[in-house]
Design a protein around this ligand. Structure first.
Ligand SMILES: [Zn+2]
Length: 640
């Protein structure tokens, strides 16, 4: 029976690792082309019937403050230059050639793909913003306001269908779902005044003359819509009642999104700018505070993009400044109470990893997702002074090798030795070289699931392999056939009843064959765990405080007296059982202990790069700085 009960939580590259990496190298150059959006919003043919006010694109109103974020470019660059200067003055040593990211904004997919939403609520965090501004994000990821600004603190963005409000749904905060079910329905038909305006203000001034009216940004112009109805007939009836001559029935396209006052059917705004340009929403503040916004019980900095992609549901992407993104990772990938230097090392890894992963989720318009596939990002909820300090004190610092950004993989723990990338995923990275890690051991007892055991009967492992496409007879033996220089497992070879050998190498194949969480393990050696001696029965740990007997190096049974203990290893030779890996007491050459294949290992993760628990230990117990931590786990890198 497979005894691994915990989910393996690691940062994995895509399955085809080397291929994806080669792609990612090319992406930086391709990026500006792939993302190019028109700077000027043009009027498409379908909208040319609007002949009024053919002026140029609306200028953004200056009275709106955007909470310290996304101000005009010069201000941003000055701020960035100041930040760089501050780092240069305050942090030493700083490498000469620090990495300059292509973008200052990252695109983080909050709800994408099968998680896309019919509706999304936004609410200003109290004292961290009031109101929202509408626009879109350009190819440089800067927010371009279109002039629409609302002072509402709680808004919802809906796909433009008939939608019903459910007050108790969505984790208690309520949500809109498609359909016409309850008392609060947002209809997708409207009466439209058949005139187009070039600015939001013009349209808004007209809309103020009519009850239940609002402004829609439609293909570069603004129009005024009145009311919302579930059917065309209802809309026609309403139009007849209004008694105006220039009204027509309007309903949106599969690109249209509707903004309402949360919990009501009061429409505030609509946006439809074609299939490849999406609504951007930026929280605003009147006092210059850096805005934070509630969304699905998490609080985020930055702005949001709503794209109707899969099934026309809303794909929600957070456009967030790099340092704010890092601050939204630290308390979730580590812990906000961990040692400062460990958090600073993690900040540099997270920042570097993010910038080396630009466009990883480009199919949904994002760089990274919010799960462990990329890095766990949940915004401001668990951030505290310590995590913010770790971000601030490393702001703009990246991990580079020969001037190039590193792929800073990291994982929870490595079991005692990290591993070279080539021995894990098959691709060579000169800075991802395995090292013996003496630091994790200092806190092994505090690492959940650090020591693990997996057992299989012959029938179980045979069934497992057959289920994965291997046409094997009953597996009768299993052994590590190749170790790496750091003592991790490179290859396991199994033999079936017909004498045929089956070999499994590196992480992917070892997981397939054995389901192991790390490559730091051994097979058929019951006493492999350091500090523990097992006598024949792997479940029976010998109490080392009690006198016991073992077969000595001379072949005689003797009382164990001092530190030198001899034991028979899995390969049958006699060695000193010094508590290091690879030595056993009571193994057997076919990999079985008491009738089952017995796999015992340590650590949780892919073994590549930094061990987070190792970083904790280095900072807390060994006085190491974040740069020392990084340079221990990443060979030959610069931090700056
Ligand atoms: Zn991802």
């Amino acid at each position: 029976m497979n005894a691994v009960s915990e989910v393996v939580t690691v940062h994995e590259p895509p399955r085809v690792y080397s291929a994806s990496h080669e792609k990612s190298r090319g992406r930086l150059q391709q990026h500006s082309i792939a993302l190019s959006l028109p700077r000027d919003v043009r009027l498409p043919a379908s909208a040319r019937r609007f002949t009024h006010h053919q002026s140029t694109s609306p200028a953004p109103p200056e009275q709106f403050l955007r909470g310290g974020l996304y101000r005009r470019k010069p201000a941003k660059y000055i701020a960035f230059a100041l930040a760089v200067l501050m780092v240069a003055l305050c942090a030493a040593p700083v490498a000469e050639a620090s990495y300059t990211p292509m973008y200052s904004i990252l695109r983080i997919g909050l709800y994408t793909g099968t998680n896309a939403l019919p509706s999304a609520n936004l609410q200003n965090v109290r004292d961290y913003g009031s109101g929202f501004e509408f626009g879109y994000f350009d190819s440089n990821r800067d927010f371009v306001p279109i002039g629409a600004y609302l002072e509402e603190n709680a808004i919802s963005i809906l796909m433009d269908r008939n939608m019903t409000w459910y007050s108790g749904a969505g984790g208690g905060s309520g949500e809109y779902r498609e359909g016409v079910e309850g008392p609060v329905v947002v209809g997708c038909f409207h009466a439209q005044i058949d005139i187009a305006y070039s600015t939001f203000e013009e349209a808004r001034a007209v809309a103020e003359n009519y009850e239940d009216s609002f402004v829609k940004f439609h293909s570069g112009r603004f129009i005024v819509l009145i009311g919302n109805y579930a059917t065309r007939d209802e809309t026609n009836t309403a139009i007849a009642g209004l008694g105006l001559s220039n009204l027509v029935v309007e309903s949106g396209t599969s690109n249209t999104v509707t903004v309402v006052k949360t919990g009501t059917n009061t429409v505030l705004f609509e946006y439809d700018n074609g299939a490849s340009n999406y609504l951007g929403v930026m929280p605003t503040s009147s006092d210059g505070v850096k805005c934070e916004t509630w969304f699905k019980n998490y609080r985020y900095r930055g702005g949001f993009q709503y794209a109707r992609r899969e099934g026309a549901l809303l794909t929600v992407v957070n456009y967030v400044e790099i340092e704010d993104y890092v601050g939204g990772i630290l308390p979730y990938e580590m812990n906000n109470a961990w040692p400062l230097e460990a958090l600073k090392a993690q900040a540099c890894c997270a920042r570097t990893y993010a910038l080396s992963s630009l466009n990883r989720h480009s199919s949904v318009g994002a760089d990274l997702c919010v799960e462990e596939h990329c890095q766990v990002y949940r915004g401001r909820g668990q951030a505290n002074a310590r995590t913010d300090q770790a971000v601030d004190e490393t702001a703009g610092m990246y991990i580079t090798y020969n001037g190039s950004l590193c792929e800073t993989y990291y994982s929870s723990s490595n079991g005692g030795a990290s591993e070279s990338c080539v021995n894990v995923w098959g691709s060579v990275r000169p800075y991802l070289i395995g090292v013996i890690d003496p630091y994790e051991a200092d806190m092994a007892s505090r690492i959940p699931g650090y020591n693990w055991t997996i057992t299989y009967t012959q029938a179980e492992i045979t069934q497992r392999l057959r289920g994965r496409g291997f046409d094997c007879a009953t597996i009768v033996s299993m052994a590590v056939s190749r170790y790496t220089p750091t003592g991790n497992v490179l290859t396991v070879t199994m033999t079936d009843a017909n004498g045929r050998e089956w070999s499994f190498s590196r992480r992917g194949e070892l997981i397939t064959a054995l389901g192991v969480p790390t490559q730091h393990f051994n097979i058929g050696e019951a006493a492999w765990e350091p500090g523990g001696m097992f006598a024949n029965d792997p479940a029976q740990q010998v109490d080392t405080g009690i006198q016991y007997y073992a077969i000595g190096g001379g072949g005689q049974a003797a009382a164990v007296q001092g530190e030198t203990i001899y034991a028979i290893t899995g390969s049958g030779s006699v060695e000193i059982a010094d508590g290091e890996e690879g030595v056993s007491a009571g193994g057997s050459s076919n990999g079985m202990v008491n009738g089952v294949f017995y796999i015992r290992g340590r650590g949780r993760g892919h073994n590549v790069g930094m061990s987070q628990y190792g970083a904790y230990s280095m900072a807390e117990y060994h006085g190491k700085t974040f740069i020392e931590i990084i340079q221990f786990y990443y060979t030959g890198v610069d931090v700056g």
